[in-house]
Design a protein around this ligand. Structure first.
Ligand code: BES
Ligand code: MN
Ligand code: MN
Length: 456
């Protein structure tokens, strides 16, 4: 297989570059046709790889691509999941090269989606091709690549519920997360959940002269800022009553294990060019960004932001607020208590509205499962080092739903790095990581099939 990968290296890369040229931004309707083009491209490449089925399924949103190769119904079945949609590339002016014109520089592929998640799910299509071309496919493969992950996977839940038979599998393998470093392989054993809301604070029925009315009428921007500021105390604890009620507390041993992962604070600060870090008192950076819940303002607007100065008391102010959740919080419960609290702290001088966006449940997976061990063995074989289990801070909403609806655990065998700049300008993905992924995935299948045989 290594020889096959090596002989087809250039083509494997060029096919990915073609996919990266399609601006499949799910959030922006101006890219609707590009979404369809990307789905068709993925379907055709799954078909070329040797699958005996490759189709596009319509949904009320962006389509889902599905393919499969059933070698022998007696063998275990692995469902591959990924997403062909990408985050908006804005702000374009901060890119050193256009986001949808991929370039290779310093052994890295620069383009929106290079790591998240086109570069990562495409490794699976090339691994499938490699296993089939060399007669090494030892599991059945199903592959589902969706187009709405970056906007909350809101139609995928129904799709999964309506296609339970189609998606029936023994485990789910996903490459959409990161490793600690190229010489420190790791596997994420958890993801955070998410509650995302938009809030609106309204004062007077119109914008007002800030001299005539200023001092006598509530300024919604001032009020919104005060309300947001009150959501955390001086220790960085979230003040919403009940917010921490269901939060899973880790044991001292679990905390020690998490904090034993290599982490260099100076390097972290240096990379971000910050003089100090910030966060919840009593927790390390690793804990703050993985096993502790958060509350962050993602955007805030209102009033006059044009050139020069305008003396005005705006009538409205808005913010987008997200909360990352940890086991055993649920997005619905947090939405409910956030809404109740936010409404309760609003002064009578304004009206507030809380509008929910998307959400998702947190996820954890044990390290003693057959699938975790197969991933561990695969990475140990390809990296020459046993991977460290970590807990991820990001969210992939469908993962908890897979567990609910299909009764199957997902393995997060990702190959990204923090420096890949996901969602940021100049996103990139290392060529090393791309090829290492293609090399490691068949090893997962090999070990998974062998372990399943022994256990059954
Ligand atoms: N691939 C990421 C999630 C991720 C990144 C997990 C790095 C672990 C490490 C995914 O595409 C993503 O960005 N998810 C969103 C989910 C949201 C839009 C519902 C997120 O985490 O913000
Ligand atoms: Mn992703
Ligand atoms: Mn993403």
């Amino acid at each position: 297989m290594l020889q096959y990968i090596n002989e087809n290296k250039e083509r494997f890369l060029n096919e990915l570059l073609d996919l990266l040229r399609i601006p499949s931004v799910s959030a922006d309707s101006k890219f609707k046709q590009d979404m369809l083009n990307a789905a068709a491209y993925v379907r055709d490449r799954i078909s070329d790889a040797g699958a005996d089925r490759a189709e596009i399924f319509e949904t009320p949103g962006h389509p889902v691509v599905y393919g499969e190769k059933i070698v022998d119904p007696a063998l275990p079945t692995v469902l591959i999941y990924g997403h062909y949609d990408v985050q908006p590339a804005d702000p374009y002016e901060l890119w050193n090269s256009p986001p949808f014109e991929p370039v290779i520089k310093n052994e890295r592929i620069y383009a929106r989606g290079s790591c998240d998640d086109k570069g990562q799910f495409y490794m699976h299509i090339k691994a499938l091709e490699t296993m089939l071309a060399t007669g090494n496919l030892v599991c059945n493969v199903k592959i589902m690549i969706e187009g709405e992950e970056e906007i909350g996977s809101s139609h995928l839940g129904d799709f999964v519920r309506e296609h339970k038979d189609l998606l029936k599998c023994d485990t789910i393998l996903i490459s959409d997360t990161s490793i600690i470093a190229n010489d420190v392989p790791s596997i994420e054993t958890g993801l955070r959940g998410l509650t995302y809301v938009e809030v609106e604070v309204v004062g007077a029925n119109r914008d007002l002269h800030s001299g005539v009315y200023g001092g006598g009428v509530a300024n919604p921007i001032n009020v919104l800022c005060e309300m947001i500021a009150s959501l955390k105390d001086e220790n960085g604890h979230i003040t919403i009553p009940g917010f921490y009620d269901n939060v899973e507390d880790l044991t001292a041993d679990q905390r020690a294990a998490l904090n034993a992962a290599p982490f260099d604070l100076d390097e972290y600060k240096n990379d971000l060019q910050i003089d100090d870090i910030a966060g919840e008192a009593g927790y390390s950076t690793i804990e703050r960004t993985s096993v502790r819940p958060t509350l962050d303002v993602n955007g805030i607007w209102g009033g006059y932001i044009g050139e020069g100065a305008k003396t005005v008391l705006p009538s409205k102010a808005n913010a987008k607020i997200s909360m990352r959740l940890v086991p055993n919080q649920t997005d619905n419960e947090i939405l409910e208590i956030f809404t109740k609290h936010f409404e309760s702290i609003a002064p009578a001088s304004v009206k507030v509205k809380v509008m929910p966006h998307h959400g998702g449940l947190p996820y954890v997976t044990p390290t003693d499962s057959v699938e975790y061990q197969a991933a561990e063995m695969a990475m140990e074989e390809s990296f020459g080092k046993k991977p460290i289990p970590t807990r991820g801070g990001g969210s992939i909403p469908i993962v908890a739903l897979f567990e609910q609806e299909l009764g199957r655990k997902s393995i997060l065998m990702g190959f990204g790095l923090d420096i890949d700049a996901l969602h940021s300008p100049n996103e990139s993905y290392g060529l090393f990581n791309y090829y290492k992924g293609i090399e490691t995935i068949p090893l997962f299948f090999k070990h998974y099939a062998a372990l399943k045989l022994v256990r059954s």
